[in-house]
Ligand binder design. Structure first.
Ligand code: F0G
Length: 401
């Protein structure tokens, strides 16, 4: 495609159209977040009849010319799995998990990173940067390698699962550790992109990240054969809840869907600023020292909180908190009852179901955001292996099965 751009960047605060992209992705007038507005005539056919697997099948709904060459590893197109044992154990017959741990680097981040790296490539960027609790770092590192770009990730020292760090190193990223939490890592990265023009920002303030991640809504709509009643997902920096909500809203605006799901954000008890803002019906008060076993969502000052509050408010959803014990219990139950191994943050929405009290037949989709293979420490290793002297000893050990 050539000629006029059929999308724009609009500020969610003052509503002005951005003429250029600032390095920190903010509105040049008021400093608020930007979002992409598509002005393209997309019918049901052109949305769902695109070619290829995953995100780029939905190119018609993404802010690129049709001849764009995506930086892709085959992200998206993850299965929507019926929870046939875990669901009924909680009195839910219509529970499904969107297993985003099956993305190329093991988390939902890959959809958004693929799209944002593709944007970076079209702008001629040479180096990518993000702050991360681990999954964005792993994803960015992989896609930077794929695109032949430099990758720098800034992490809270001691606050990232080993598997995620290992991924970032394996794909060749430079990893810097900051004393303090994710929020401090992100403010360091924002300071850096404003002062050093070599870097392209890859955190979810970048509206192109959100564009990639909104595709999860299209996938769910197709796999669920309609709009579920509820979408339940963990909230950290609040990008994903904003993105999936944007996707469902676009389906409705295009006349493809006639309803939207209620969006339910789940946070850990020790890191729940968004839940606090929902409860108080207004401003977000950052938490200085967020603590939870779910390191991916150990975030006290979510940058996309305004978008997330809108998603919850406009959809008629809510925010719920769960304890670390409830998270761990749900993580084990999912693995043992369904064969789906998620990381702790991703177990949070499943842990929240007990509190939400949905009707038995409600259509509920929980987003299993990240693969549990990245962090197996709590399950133990060699010390848990049972000694077997031979075939007979194993038969004896499982007597009664
Ligand atoms: N689940 C997992 C597995 C995550 O890694 C994250 C965020 C979330 C949920 C929360 O998503 O931030 O869009 O609300 N991880 C980021 C990272 C912060 O750096 O990997 P969110």
């Amino acid at each position: 495609m050539s000629g006029r751009r059929d999308w724009s960047l609009v500020c969610i605060g003052c509503g002005s159209a951005a003429e250029s992209e600032l390095p920190d992705s903010s509105c040049s007038r008021c400093g608020d977040l930007l979002e992409v507005r598509m002005a393209r005539d997309i019918g049901r056919g052109s949305l769902f009849d695109g070619e290829g697997p995953g995100v780029w099948r939905f190119k018609a709904a993404l802010p690129f010319a049709s001849d764009v060459e995506p930086v892709s590893l085959g992200e998206g197109g993850t299965p929507l799995v019926a929870m046939n044992r875990f669901g009924p154990s909680l009195g839910l017959d219509g529970l499904r998990a969107k297993n985003d741990g099956q993305n190329p680097t093991g988390s939902f981040k890959d959809r958004g990173i693929s799209v944002a790296v593709t944007r970076a490539k079209t702008l001629g960027a040479r180096a990518l940067i993000c702050a991360s609790t681990g999954n964005t770092a792993a994803s960015l590192a992989a896609y930077a390698a794929r695109a032949g770009m430099g990758a720098v990730v800034v992490v809270p020292k001691g606050g990232v699962a080993h598997g995620k760090l290992g991924q970032a190193f394996a794909y060749g990223a430079r990893v810097f550790g900051i004393e303090g939490n994710f929020d401090r890592a992100l403010s360091t990265v924002l300071e850096l992109v404003r002062s050093d023009s070599r870097f392209y920002l890859m955190n979810s303030l970048n509206p192109f990240r959100i564009e990639g991640q909104k595709v999860a809504a299209f996938e769910i709509y197709e796999q669920f054969a309609g709009v579920p009643d509820y979408v339940v997902l963990p909230v950290g920096n609040a990008g994903n809840i904003s993105a999936i909500w944007k996707g469902f809203k676009e389906l409705r605006a295009l006349g493809i869907a006639d309803s939207v799901p209620k969006m339910i954000g789940v946070q850990a008890e020790g890191a729940a600023p968004l839940a606090g803002a929902v409860a108080s019906g207004g401003q977000l008060k950052p938490w200085k020292d967020p603590r939870t076993v779910a390191s991916a969502i150990r975030i006290g000052n979510p940058v996309s909180w305004k978008k997330a509050l809108k998603a919850i408010g406009e959809s008629g959803g809510t925010a719920v908190v769960v304890s670390d014990e409830e998270i761990i219990e749900a993580k084990r139950a999912l693995a043992e009852k369904e064969g789906i191994l998620v990381e702790a943050a991703s177990a949070a929405p499943f842990a929240a179901l007990k509190k939400l009290g949905f009707p038995r037949l409600a259509g509920v989709v929980c987003i299993a955001t990240g693969n549990g293979l990245k962090d197996l420490s709590e399950f133990g290793g060699d010390q848990r292996i049972e000694t077997a002297s031979g075939a007979e000893s194993i038969s004896r050990a499982i007597e009664g099965w």
